[in-house]
Design a protein around this ligand. Structure first.
Ligand SMILES: [Cu+2]
Length: 174
């Protein structure tokens, strides 16, 4: 009986940890998806993993256009979009590793810098420094404001996990 409980608990805790490891990234932070936001600086402070989600929050003057590749991204070509969203509160699931490209479809906003490229790392591999040779002039004078909520919720989940395990082990012994 006790052993069965322990196994169940470990399974549940594993799921909890997995869920806690997935991060919701609100694009642009408090500034949101806007042409005044410095997306180079914002993305450099984030680590995107498979299973994470992007949340685009924006006013009706914007939308979200996902582009298929680097060349469209560089030239602000929105004529071959992979996906277009316009709800103002769009959630994008990062379901596979690799680069993804987003911009705004409103005339002129892409060239004003309202675009971002993100690189999604494999689940579990914290490769925040996938040094892709970006030929674009990404002057990295950005402040590393990376005390991500992921690591916080992650460590919390581990504490809960260890605690629950300890309680169950104790019950096994008595
Ligand atoms: Cu826009």
């Amino acid at each position: 009986m006790g052993l069965k409980n322990t196994i169940m608990l470990v399974l549940v805790a594993t799921l909890m940890v997995k869920e806690a490891l997935a991060t919701q990234h609100v694009v642009g932070g408090t500034q949101g998806w806007d042409q005044s936001t410095d997306f180079n600086s914002w993305t450099s402070g984030q680590t995107f993993k498979v299973g994470d989600k992007l949340v685009f929050k924006y006013s009706s003057m914007h939308n979200v256009v996902e582009l298929g590749g680097e060349s469209d991204y560089k030239t602000c070509n929105i004529n071959n979009p992979v996906n277009t969203m316009s709800s103002g509160n769009d959630v994008v699931k990062l379901d596979k590793p690799g680069p993804r490209y987003f911009t705004c479809g409103t005339l002129g906003h892409c060239s004003q810098g309202m675009k971002m490229k993100i690189t999604i790392a494999n689940e579990g591999t914290p490769s925040s420094t996938t040094s892709s040779p970006s030929s674009s002039s990404s002057s990295s004078s950005s402040s590393p404001t990376s005390t991500s909520t992921a690591s916080l919720s992650q460590s919390f989940a581990y504490i809960v996990f260890i605690f629950a395990l300890a309680v169950n082990m104790f019950q096994l012994m008595i």
